[in-house]
Design a protein around this ligand. Structure first.
Ligand code: NDP
Ligand code: HSE
Length: 438
């Protein structure tokens, strides 16, 4: 007589947007998942903050809900952390590992702040740590970088990894409206949170850039290492200027291997940038995410899809659950941390890119020459210059100079802008935007 294989016990920490969808899918797909893993998966508990809340739409036994997450992690083979934030998520993950459970998490904030601690605990206790959902929701991007491209050498990863900001910038581009008005519209439509700070100030994207950089360049990179600028300063005028030069403005997470003055290093940064309409990332609309990877052997690769939402994110979480469950069944462990390259993370001043600079200047002879002299003195080469003359109600003429540079360091460009702002003939440096994706 054959006995049925014992189920693998799955504990869910969090039953919100992502946790709820994971719980529902575990029940709906139970038979298929059992076949794919080789053993059934049994949901043994869901830790939440408010156990009395009606969650009948999830279709799970109400007796599974608990507020005692500490106890729950002691009786599972796989712990899925979808609470978010640093604590208690970190302590619960570490406790789960101590008790022998493999961990799946979607927690970008924690991984980007303290990933090495989690990896060390996973190694110490011989368990797995998977987190595909932490970057770009449903899009399989971490395992392609970690596994599929493990034999290649990645030069650059450029991503639109925050759906909220992409929605806002896309809506500004389509409607011509300003930032504040568009964020309010995004909130009304449910695309932006009531407090949109983490998204619009770039914190969410910076955490994802840290995770992408760590995996792509086999080096520890934390959120604090990532240069971050959000989209709050992007104006309708910037968007219109981008259009005029055949570009769109996107909030990009850029992770690249660069040759600094002291050898190779990593540039990891999040900021708004102009990208040409011909670049694949320019066509990423609304709240979609996409990640563009440039590798030596593979060439250019593009990953596109939904970066958030319950079911899309649960898809990535479930994929990780199956992966760690399979290693439980078959033995062995999934990959651990790979940080052998130990490349330095270079300061933003050493990042190299092109720039779009708009200046409002006096409309008189010699101004263009003076401006060009500043660029030349700082070693920043000008690619194109365009001038528009505006005459106001008092019949005073002012000229707008729109300058696009060749590639230069951020330090040289900053020095150029500082010097330009000090010229008598420059009324205002109205905007400075980076140009990415040739
Ligand atoms: P939610 O706020 O919707 O859910 C959080 C859940 O955690 C809730 O069920 C909450 O309980 C529970 N919780 C909070 N504090 C505790 C605690 N101290 N003990 C036990 N349970 C607790 O978050 P999301 O589902 O949106 O996000 C979860 C994670 O997934 C985050 O790390 C997030 O960054 C990540 N993520 C989210 C995506 C998304 O689209 N939402 C996309 C990709 C990643 P209660 O229900 O009682 O309030
Ligand atoms: N707040 C994120 C976004 C979703 O707007 O993309 C989860 O990472």
């Amino acid at each position: 007589m054959t006995t049925a294989p014992a189920p693998l016990r799955v504990a869910l920490l969090g039953g919100g947007v992502v946790g709820g969808a994971v719980a529902r899918q575990l029940a709906l797909q139970a038979d298929d998942l059992a076949h794919r893993v080789g053993r059934p998966l049994e949901l043994v508990g869901i830790a939440v903050r408010r156990p009395g809340r009606d969650r009948s739409e999830l279709g799970v036994d109400p007796a599974l809900f608990t507020t005692d997450a500490e106890e729950l992690v002691t009786r599972a083979d796989i712990v899925v952390e979808v609470i978010g934030g640093i604590e208690p998520a970190r302590s619960l993950i570490l406790s789960a590992m101590e008790h022998g459970a493999s961990v799946v998490t979607a927690n970008k904030a924690l991984l980007a702040e303290d990933g090495p601690t989690l990896y060390a605990a996973a190694a110490a206790h011989g368990v797995d740590l998977y987190y595909e959902a932490a970057v770009a929701g449903a899009i399989p991007i971490l395992r392609p970088i970690r596994d599929s491209l493990a034999g290649d050498s990645i030069r650059r990863v450029i991503g639109i990894v925050n759906g909220t900001t992409n929605f806002v910038l896309d809506a500004m581009d389509t409607s011509g409206a300003g930032f504040t008005e568009t964020v309010e519209r995004a909130q009304a439509l449910g695309y932006a949170e009531a407090d949109p700070t983490a998204d619009v100030e770039g914190f969410d994207a910076a955490a994802k850039a840290a995770i992408l950089s760590s995996l792509a360049f086999h080096t520890r990179v934390s959120s604090a290492d990532v240069h971050r600028e959000g989209i709050t300063e992007v104006s309708a005028r910037d968007i219109a200027a981008a259009r005029e030069m055949g570009c769109v403005v996107k909030l990009l997470a850029i992770c690249e291997r660069v040759d600094g003055p002291d050898g190779p290093g990593i540039s990891a940064r999040v900021h708004p940038a102009l990208i040409p309409l011909s670049h694949p990332l320019a066509s990423v609309r609304e709240a979609y995410n996409a990640v563009f990877v440039e590798a030596e052997g593979a060439g250019d690769l593009m990953f596109y899809g939904q970066g958030a939402g319950g079911d899309p994110t649960a898809s990535a979480v479930l994929g990780d659950i199956v992966a760690v469950a399979r290693t439980r069944v078959l033995g062995g462990r999934g990959p651990g941390e790979s940080a052998y390259a130990e490349l330095p993370v270079l300061p933003i001043g050493q990042a190299i890119t092109r720039y779009h600079v708009s200046l409002e200047v006096a409309d008189k002879p010699g101004v263009l020459a003076a401006v060009a002299t500043v660029f030349a003195r700082q070693g920043v080469s000008i690619e194109t210059v365009r001038q528009q003359v505006v005459t106001d109600d008092q019949d005073v003429s002012r000229a707008m100079l729109i300058i696009v540079t060749h590639a230069a360091t951020d330090a040289a460009l900053s020095a150029t802008v500082d010097e330009l702002a000090g010229l008598d003939t420059v009324n205002e440096v109205t905007s400075v935007m980076r140009v990415e994706g040739n």
